[in-house]
Design a protein around this ligand. Structure first.
Ligand SMILES: *Cc1c(COP(=O)(O)O)cnc(C)c1O
Length: 436
């Protein structure tokens, strides 16, 4: 595969952009090699600058629920752009998108649009602190909530501890107010609530962990969290930036009958343009300025390009049968990969929830019953070297999975059964070569 032009562009980019990328995961750091520079996308595929075509399971890390350059989305964006891109004054489209969110998520009475998932989650925490008058927040190791300071804490040990920052530049004082528990470990959360009675403002969780690979919640975990929050006067923040419009048409909260106090959205609701949102209970949301005193603002928040792209995407996704088809493709791919791994005598752990898919290669020397259910087990049992070889071999065959074992794969309404079967065939051939 010729990648000459990507190599040239990457070299040029590195001269003026740190690492040549505007978001670290794009740099292929964990799999090695040259990131492909993309020229255009259509449907379920994109083409790099050397003319190579890839069937895309990254979909811009989730947002493109209806694929690349969907005609309805392109039309909405171009029609909007011809009338101007931003006014700094309200538009009807913002209300339309907010109405759609409120109609989709019964736990959301009021919603505020922002520009990214990071803005949504960081503001959700500020809001929870403002509403409860408390300071501590509790997150889970391996869950990602954007790059705001207070979230840049991952694992302590198996025993949750007060957080230490993962990144230089994050003051220890900031993360000292972030408690960290292992994902799927309700007892640990209960004991943190006992140790910090009346101090925890909120628990924030990815209902399906999608940033350490894909780890589904154990039965009762999410319910249990909600219950613990209720009984201790803390707010329950569901970070549905990935799972919103993906775990089910109504997100994880519809799938598992949850009633979060605050819901964070992003990715799909912008249809490939920068959007995020946080919303929830009326009394909580009325703490937000200008109704209440908690300040949050944004020059380009709710801008017409992003909101019209989001609306066109969601309307397309909500056409009868569309979501179900994409969901069934995720199942087809997961079971195809599983079968391929078995016939290559490789251990593979797959998960699919709605249109989200994950798969881990399990280390050969992991115990026979090893399963990945949290961050520690993901670090311990996932075979990142084998994943890197798998990734590159599939890339060569024109299939684009995420350049890291610890990311999710996504399906769209424009992937087809034939796409899935081609992918399984390619994966099966590659897996036969991964034994040693
Ligand atoms: C991507 C992501 C975010 C951050 O969203 P950005 O738009 O990248 O700022 C927050 N939470 C989760 C669960 C995410 O996957």
């Amino acid at each position: 595969m010729n990648t000459t032009r990507s190599e040239g562009l990457f070299a040029a980019a590195r001269r003026v952009i740190p690492g040549g990328v505007n978001s670290p995961a794009r740099a292929y750091g964990s799999v090695g090699g040259t990131p492909r520079f993309i020229e255009r996308g259509a449907g379920a595929s994109f083409w790099d600058v050397d003319g190579n075509r890839y069937l895309d399971y990254v979909l811009s890390w989730g947002p493109l629920a209806v694929g690349h350059a969907h005609p309805a989305v392109v039309k909405a964006i171009s029609q909007t752009a011809s009338r101007g891109t931003s006014y700094g004054a309200p538009t009807a489209t913002e209300t339309e998108l907010a109405e759609l969110v409120v109609a989709t998520f019964p736990a959301v009475d009021l919603v505020r649009l922002v520009n990214s998932g990071t803005e949504a989650t960081m503001t959700a925490v500020r809001l929870a602190r403002a509403f409860t008058g408390r300071t501590l927040i509790l997150k889970f190791a391996g869950c990602y909530h954007g790059h705001a300071d207070m979230f840049l804490v991952q694992a302590g040990s198996a025993v949750a501890t007060l957080g230490l920052p993962d990144s230089p530049g994050v003051p220890a004082a900031t993360t000292a107010d972030t408690l960290v528990a292992p994902f799927n470990d309700l007892d640990n959360v209960a004991s943190l609530f006992n140790d910090h009675a009346d101090e925890i403002a909120a628990v924030i969780v990815e209902p399906v962990a999608g940033n350490m690979g894909v780890v589904p919640p154990r039965a009762g975990f999410l319910d249990g969290l909600q219950e613990l929050c209720r009984s201790h006067g803390a707010l329950f923040i569901l970070d549905e930036v990935i799972t919103g419009f993906r775990a089910s048409p109504g997100g994880a909260q519809a799938r598992w009958a949850l009633e979060p106090d605050i819901t964070c959205l992003g990715k799909v609701i912008g249809g490939g343009l920068p959007v995020g949102a946080y919303g929830g209970r009326r009394d909580v949301m009325e703490t937000v300025a200008p109704v209440g005193a908690m300040y949050q603002a944004g020059t380009l928040s709710g801008n017409p390009l992003a909101t019209s792209a989001g609306l066109a995407t969601l309307h397309t996704l909500q056409e009868p049968g569309a979501f179900d088809r994409a969901e069934s493709l995720a199942g087809r791919l997961a079971s195809g990969l599983q079968t391929a791994a078995e016939s290559a005598v490789l251990r593979l752990q797959t998960a699919h929830i709605g249109t989200i898919l994950g798969f881990y290669f399990i280390n050969d020397d992991a115990p026979p019953d090893a399963t990945i259910h949290d961050y520690d087990t993901a670090r311990e049992y996932a075979d990142t070297d084998r994943y890197a070889r798998f990734f590159h071999a599939l890339l060569e065959r024109g299939v684009y999975f995420a350049p890291s074992q610890f990311e999710a794969a996504f399906l769209s309404t424009v992937h087809t059964e034939a796409d899935i079967d081609t992918t399984i065939e390619a994966a099966a051939a590659v897996m036969q070569t991964l034994r040693d």
